[in-house]
Design a protein around this ligand. Structure first.
Ligand code: SF4
Length: 596
């Protein structure tokens, strides 16, 4: 930091374009060095932001805002304090404004110049560049206010319905006349459950909740991925990892040329031909799509440094971003942020990475881990606290201090968990503080606003609609979703609580082997269960007539798969005992309320 922070004398404004490249200029002479054209001395009391903005306008002809990001005492060049400001012109792509000798540089290229040819850079820039790494994550979001979102839900008018009808493969995956009818008739309100649909095929009936399948965040992400592919046929288009947690959607995108950069566990993938890590082959010409669950600051920073555009291809769901905003807000207010989620889930990792920049943060998986936290909070012995915390062994910010950092808590969660479980954890922690400090002191130690505030409404309404459907007379329940889909698993748990071994978690119609057998997937939830993550064959339908089967799908389950499951189930019954699907669809429409 500067020796004399009150009297900084120099400012350097770094102007980035939409691809996170820095604009530099140099004189025409052979010995000239690259420098930012937006820098100068400040005389006493001058506001560096205002001066920068004036200079930016003078050079570019546009109003561009500039923010002080850090200060550096560039001791190698002078003893003055240097303000370093960032500015972002989102309309600037690769063509520099009309400035002599202007060139865009990626941060990666600048790091290399500092190391290998520092004489090519102005002295102050040489001092500043090594500091940029820790602030680079702010570049794409410089013009984003706290009330803005990276990618808002598209309105119906702006939806790209065409991608769901692209060709026969897209139609098979995304189209279902049955599901369309149910959603049109039964889903009267986006956020409130309604009575389920009963599809009476004669020999068998299917009960479908009013809300199931795709949420708006997933639809946003899918549309952005298909659009990116079709608009960039000459580019390499990657997904950071799986776009959403559905293997069929991801496979369809891969078949259309998309590639994964890393696995859903964050493991970097290799180029199958050269064996090189794909991350290492990325160039500024490539595109990387950020999935619906977001990405960690570390991964985003790497993309920024390589000069890839970020916002244009960021499909982070706004409800995930809402959790990040809440975590930041709690951090600024002095709370430690407890994230209720799974350490291995991409969304939780991204939330942790966001939160960790603002507050001491840690992840807890469930009530059991919350109870360990409770014991630590209760203890008055720093050594015991430390030991219990080590035994908990969860992900936390570096230097997390259990003696100091568990006194004022706010809870956020992975968006797709069961609401009751998060609220149960908050209630429990409130009781812990009440016991330790007295009921009137609880408000000092826990943020009540955080009660389920960050759960996703789409997940919640799918759960609520399922609960309503579970009141029906049902013989078996099938829950459809990817093997890593947390929200699907929560739906399965609700079914399992009611039907136990007659609840099945499957990925597609291929898991239905016969009337007697089905492949059931054991979701990795209970780390002590050696069967977790495996598929096992279970007895399927009971031998009775007039079976009633409940079917629902997680937020990343396409309608086409639900319809294929119904078609497959129908093959298990004599065709002469089944009513035609057209009759069923007509019945659904006929059941619409008059004003629907
Ligand atoms: S389940 Fe919720 S948080 Fe996840 S993508 Fe859908 S709307 Fe967003």
């Amino acid at each position: 930091m500067a020796d004399d922070l009150n009297h900084p004398t120099v400012y350097h404004t770094l102007l980035f374009n939409s691809r996170n490249h820095l604009l530099l200029t140099k004189e025409e002479s052979a010995s000239a060095q690259w420098d930012t054209p937006f820098s100068g001395d400040l005389s006493g009391g001058q506001d560096p932001e205002a001066i920068s903005e004036e200079k930016l306008k003078e050079f570019t002809g546009k109003a561009i805002s500039a923010k002080i990001i850090f200060e550096v005492n560039a001791s190698g060049i002078s003893s003055s304090a240097h303000h370093v400001l960032f500015a972002l012109d989102e309309e600037l792509d690769q063509s520099p404004p009309d400035i002599p000798q202007a060139t865009f540089f990626t941060l990666e290229c600048l790091y290399a110049l500092v190391k290998e040819s520092p004489e090519m850079l102005a002295p102050a820039l040489r001092e500043i560049i090594p500091h940029l790494r820790q602030y680079a994550i702010r570049i794409p979001y410089l013009n984003q206010k706290e009330t803005n979102y990276i990618y808002r839900f598209r309105t119906e008018k702006h939806r790209n319905e065409g991608i769901y009808h692209l060709d026969s493969s897209a139609k098979a995956l995304y189209q279902s006349s049955l599901c369309q009818a149910i959603k049109l008739v039964k889903r009267q309100k986006e956020r409130s459950p309604d009575i389920p649909a009963t599809l009476n095929f004669g020999a068998v009936s299917y009960i479908l909740p009013s809300h199931f399948g795709f949420c708006l965040g997933v639809r946003n992400a899918i549309e952005r991925a298909y659009e990116t592919l079709s608009l960039n046929p000459d580019k390499r288009v990657f997904m950071l990892s799986e776009l959403i947690h559905n293997p069929y959607v991801n496979e369809d995108l891969l078949a259309r040329g998309l590639r994964y950069l890393q696995s859903d566990r964050g493991i970097p993938l290799q180029d199958s031909e050269t064996g090189k890590l794909l991350w290492d082959t990325l160039t500024e010409k490539d595109i990387v799509i950020i999935p619906a669950f977001g990405a960690t600051d570390e991964d985003k920073t790497r993309l920024i440094e390589k000069g890839l555009p970020l916002n244009r291809y960021d499909a982070t769901c706004m409800l995930v971003e809402k959790v990040w905003k809440a975590a930041r807000r709690y951090g600024r207010e002095g709370y430690t942020v407890i994230i209720h989620g799974k350490t291995e889930h991409e969304e939780t990792k991204a939330t942790f990475s966001n939160s960790a920049a603002y507050a001491p943060s840690l992840i807890i998986r469930d009530k059991k881990e919350a109870e360990i936290l409770g014991t630590i909070i209760h203890s008055n012995d720093p050594n015991e606290k430390k030991q219990l915390f080590e035994e908990l062994g969860t992900v936390c910010t570096p230097d997390f201090n259990p003696s100091k950092d568990l006194e004022k808590l706010a809870i956020v969660n992975q968006t797709t968990l069961l609401r009751n479980e998060t609220i149960d954890i908050i209630d429990y922690l409130e009781r812990v503080f009440a016991q330790k400090y007295g009921a009137d002191q609880v408000d000092e130690h826990i943020n009540h606003q955080s009660r389920g505030d960050t759960l996703c409404y789409a997940t919640q309404v799918n759960q609520d609609a399922l609960k309503t459907a579970l009141n029906e007379d049902i013989d078996a329940a099938i829950v459809v979703g990817g093997k890593n889909s947390s929200n699907t698993f929560q739906l399965f748990r609700l079914c399992q609580q009611k039907f136990n071994e007659r609840a099945f978690y499957i990925q597609s119609e291929q898991n239905i082997l016969s009337k007697d057998e089905i492949e059931h997937y054991i979701f990795p939830y209970n780390r002590a269960d050696p069967r977790e993550g495996r598929t096992e064959i279970r007895p399927f339908l009971p031998q009775s007539s007039g079976l009633r089967i409940l079917i629902t799908g997680g937020a990343s389950c396409p309608d086409g798969i639900i319809q294929q499951i119904i078609t497959r189930l129908n093959t298990l019954f004599p065709s002469n005992k089944l009513r035609p699907i057209e009759h069923i669809i007509a019945e659904i429409y006929a059941s619409a309320p008059i004003n629907a």
